[in-house]
Design a protein around this ligand. Structure first.
Ligand SMILES: [Zn+2]
Length: 156
């Protein structure tokens, strides 16, 4: 079946809540990032820029390889830093699919590519909670329908 509506793809102007993150990344930012010497917002800004820009990622990997002879992967640095973890509320909204696109992208990047164990554990926990909540809501609904079916049955 062909799609009913054709949504034109508008280039993302990065004009959302992460607008401050679209400043150009300088070499000193990359160094500071590898040293984990930047403020948390700056760490997050660089991390996000790395995700968006494969060239920048190559640059930072090259710097990193020169420094450490590849002893640690970039993923390990990200895991160690854990400075840009989304909040539990954001993770919950992410599971429900109600985060703004850019933030959802960021969470996916952080959890899947960076593989933050802290956030993965948080997500697993939230997933259970949401499943339980859905189950008990379903249970209540069933009871309600059963009882109204009972009333209807008696009425006939
Ligand atoms: Zn995290």
């Amino acid at each position: 079946m062909p799609p009913l509506t054709h949504k034109p793809r508008i280039p993302n102007p990065h004009a959302s809540l992460l607008a401050s993150m679209s400043h150009p990344i300088r070499q000193s930012d990359l160094n500071g990032y590898l040293d984990e010497a930047l403020a948390p917002e700056e760490m997050a800004r660089v991390e996000l820029a790395l995700r968006r820009d494969p060239e920048l990622l190559k640059r930072v990997e090259a710097i990193h390889a020169r420094r450490n002879s590849g002893m640690y992967s970039l993923g390990e640095i990200w895991r160690q830093a854990r400075l840009s973890c989304p909040s539990r509320e954001q993770l919950g909204s992410y599971l429900l699919g109600v985060l703004p696109d850019e933030l959802a992208d960021y969470v996916a990047f952080h959890v899947e590519l960076v593989g933050c164990r802290f956030c993965r554990a948080n997500l697993a926990d939230l997933e259970n909670q949401q499943a339980e909540a859905a189950e008990s809501a379903e249970g209540r609904r069933r009871k309600y329908f059963q009882s109204s079916a009972g009333y209807l049955g008696r009425g006939r």
